[in-house]
Design a protein around this ligand. Structure first.
Ligand SMILES: [Zn+2]
Ligand SMILES: [Zn+2]
Length: 152
């Protein structure tokens, strides 16, 4: 992660209609095991690189929006349906998914959310010092995405 300061990373959806560029180092890098991430991504967990909004350029290709919680907005390519980014009301951030980057092996997560939902076959991350059983507590350091008021 140390060499990412001046780096420009590119990614996009499966069909190529929607593209993004992310500049510099993400604010946080996480895994989330919540059911909303799993359902939305059709995957056993979500993996996110979270940037300040002004670090990210999003293409103007049409998207569809899924309101995943009170403040959560998840956007997918309107042409192929691939999830492409998430935003949360009141936060000046853009959440990009590992699998959307052209190089999917760039990031190493440093924390996990909704650990109580982690798949039995999936061990804890070796290098993730912060594990949260569900959403991050209000007193947590500013390092976890706001999952909204998910009821499980
Ligand atoms: Zn697409
Ligand atoms: Zn989640």
């Amino acid at each position: 992660m140390n060499n990412l300061t001046d780096r420009e990373l590119h990614g996009g959806c499966a069909c190529g209609a929607f593209r993004f560029t992310a500049r510099g180092t993400p604010s946080r890098v996480s895994l989330c095991h919540c059911m909303t991430c799993r359902k939305h991504l059709a995957a056993p967990f979500g993996a996110f690189a979270i940037y300040q909004a002004d670090q990210v350029t999003l293409s103007s290709a049409p998207t569809i929006m899924f309101k995943s919680s009170g403040d959560g907005r998840r956007y997918s390519c309107a042409a192929c349906g691939s999830p492409v980014y998430d935003r949360y009301d009141g936060q000046d951030e853009v959440e990009l998914m590992f699998g959307s980057f052209d190089d999917t092996s760039i990031f190493t997560p440093t924390y996990e959310l909704w650990v109580k939902r982690r798949e039995n076959w999936l061990p804890p991350l070796q290098h993730a010092p912060h594990l949260y059983d569900a959403d991050r507590p209000a007193t947590a350091p500013r390092e976890a995405p706001n999952e909204g008021s998910e009821s499980l």
